[in-house]
Design a protein around this ligand. Structure first.
Ligand SMILES: O=P(O)(O)OC[C@H]1O[C@H](OP(=O)(O)OP(=O)(O)O)[C@H](O)[C@@H]1O
Ligand SMILES: Nc1ncnc2[nH]cnc12
Length: 178
């Protein structure tokens, strides 16, 4: 029997472009733009994610930039709001911030202090789980702002980089694990 997730995984595998030595030597970059420009394929992947988390979350959050591409249409499909977690210096007003390391550099992300309703259940989405630095910082940020991360949804997981180890006790789902 073919499950919905197996179908989504096959679609992801067929719509991932691997680019060696980008953005720096030694990194095998997983480019999901082939998925984003194929509406039928993207729709299957979003439907799979929506079915997995239906009724369990109150709001979807995504990290700039690729988390926006997935998170906003997912939230709309689920009838939920979307909260953008942005790279430093982009959001107006009062913000919470966290800095972190990732596979090819360092970064700071921010969210506005009024982004979440206290106690809301948050689904955090992104395209790739690599070292887990981004996801761990984003969880910290959401929970520091008074909401609760009930799950993380990643399209691709680069398991050899150990991202899950930085998310102990978290419900982390990846559609395709490399
Ligand atoms: O698990 P990690 O090692 O933290 O890496 C994963 C993060 O790296 C990529 O974003 P990037 O920071 O390259 O930003 P972009 O979405 O703006 O391209 C990706 O979209 C994840 O957010
Ligand atoms: N190898 C990789 N490909 C795409 N996005 C990434 N983010 C961190 N590492 C990555």
């Amino acid at each position: 029997m073919t499950t919905a997730s197996a179908t989504a995984a096959g679609i992801l595998a067929a719509h991932t472009r691997e680019v060696a030595d980008f953005p720096k030597p030694g990194v095998m970059f997983k480019d999901l733009t082939p998925l984003f420009r194929d509406p039928a394929a993207f729709d299957v992947v979003l439907a799979d994610i929506a079915a997995r988390w239906a009724g369990q979350v109150d709001v979807v959050a995504g990290v700039e930039a690729r988390g926006f591409i997935i998170g906003a249409p997912l939230a709309l499909r689920m009838g939920l709001g979307f909260v953008p977690i942005r790279k430093a210096g982009k959001l107006p007003g009062d913000t919470h911030a966290r800095s972190y390391d990732l596979e090819y550099g360092t970064a700071t992300i921010e969210v506005t202090t009024d982004a979440f309703t206290a106690g809301h259940r948050v689904l955090l989405v992104d395209d790739v789980l690599a070292t887990g630095g981004t996801a761990a910082a984003a969880c910290d940020l959401v929970e520091g702002a008074g909401a609760q991360v009930v799950g993380l949804e990643m399209l691709l997981e680069l398991s050899f980089l150990g991202g899950r180890d930085r998310l102990p006790g978290r419900e982390v789902r990846a559609i395709l694990v490399d």
